[in-house]
Design a protein around this ligand. Structure first.
Ligand code: GDP
Ligand code: MN
Length: 358
């Protein structure tokens, strides 16, 4: 389950990680309540579960109180990658002098938690390829904080970084999180380190241990992250076929980011939320869809794919194999929508690999 920024920051704050002074604006809430703890200049941030909000116009600095209401009205009506916010986060405007990247994640191939950092954080972070990584196992927060201070070139922030690592680890473990990403981790003019943006992914398998009440319903609860940096999304129906699809993708030289069994009937809403989820993984370059329709009607799945795709800008290319009940009709529908299908999984995987290597 991917949390919204304000939900992520609430968990971080509860673990002692510094976050900006903030207030939440609901559609109904009045400005007076907001202005009780904040004043301009402030930053308004659209609370949608997707990255790249800054580039999409979802982060606005409001310099004068007179402009506040108009900016709220504008942001609440602005879809970001097809998603409309139901809340906005208002925060004190930080005087940022440097933007760093920091994350903690469960790395399944390492079988361990790993710390990742880049000294060049912010909205262009995806352009970086030389992330620094430290397996957390066996290292103390003191050692890791020291390593970060050395890497960032911020010796005067050593204590703050050691505290930060300690609190982030607490936050990850106590909440059963798979990932905590802070981008940017802002160094301010006052020489403090603040989590200016945050994203937490919770492990859906741990739901029974918590009383989670978040805005994002785990609609695509069967979506299991395998590799946060994987280049391939997989969608199949039936757990067996979904597992076989992941295995075949690995054999074809692809790096599956996830496992997903969409179950018997795939609705447009369900596929839309799956595609939204995929959009949250910037490393995903191709989407493999492998449907063997028995009870499922593949023309219904085809309609759902088309409807969901039409709502999302910049969806990675789809490589689809649909066989079984109503597959001829499904193929026709997809072709009319300019979505090609391939005769078998092997062709899909090979075409996807060629697309990535091109
Ligand atoms: P994202 O685009 O969805 O990752 O949203 P972010 O919350 O990371 O905001 C994007 C960018 O807006 C950040 O990298 C900052 O450069 C800028 N930004 C966000 N909050 C503040 C703030 O409080 N003060 C200043 N000066 N810039 C901010
Ligand atoms: Mn960000």
């Amino acid at each position: 389950m991917n949390l919204l920024e304000h939900e992520s920051k609430a968990l971080l704050a509860a673990s002692g990680v510094p976050v900006p002074v903030a207030a939440l604006i609901h559609r109904s809430k009045t400005l007076a309540a907001l202005m009780a703890n904040l004043s301009t200049p402030l930053v308004l941030k659209s609370q949608v579960a997707t990255g790249g909000r800054g580039k999409a116009g979802g982060i606005k600095v409001v310099e004068a109180a007179a402009d506040l209401q108009a900016t709220i009205d504008q942001l609440i009506a602005l879809p970001i990658k097809g998603l409309l916010p139901s809340t906005l986060l208002a925060e004190e405007k930080l005087a940022i002098t440097r933007e760093l990247y920091l994350s903690l994640l469960v790395d399944r191939s390492l079988g361990a938690v790993k710390l990742m950092a880049h000294s060049n954080g912010g909205v262009e972070v995806e352009d970086n390829h030389d992330f620094k990584e430290w397996p957390v196992d066996g290292k103390s927060a003191e050692e890791l904080g020291q390593a970060l201070a050395d890497y960032y070139g911020l010796p005067q922030q050593t204590f703050a970084l050691q505290d930060l690592v300690e609190n982030l680890l607490t936050c990850l473990y106590t909440n059963d999180a798979l990932m905590i990403e802070i981008n940017p981790l802002a160094l301010t003019a006052g020489d403090t380190l603040v989590a200016a943006d945050a994203k937490i992914i919770l492990d859906d398998a741990a739901t029974f241990r918590h009383d989670w009440q978040f805005e994002q319903a785990p609609a695509e609860a069967n979506f299991v992250t395998i590799n946060q940096q994987g280049n391939t999304a997989t969608i199949a129906n039936g757990a067996g076929l979904a597992m076989a699809t992941v295995d075949a993708a690995v054999d074809a030289g692809l790096e599956p980011a996830n496992f997903l069994d969409i179950g018997g009937g795939a609705s447009a809403d369900q596929l839309f939320s799956v595609f939204q989820r995929i959009m949250e993984y910037p490393s995903i370059q191709v989407i493999i869809i492998n449907i063997f329709a028995g009870i499922t009607r593949s023309d219904e799945v085809a309609k759902a794919i088309i409807a969901a795709r039409d709502k999302i800008d910049g969806l990675p290319p789809l490589f689809i194999r649909l066989a079984g009940t109503s597959d001829v009709k499904a193929t026709e529908l997809l072709a009319e929508a300019n979505i090609a299908t391939l005769p078998d999984l092997e062709s899909c995987l090979n075409a996807a690999k060629r697309a990535i290597d091109a």
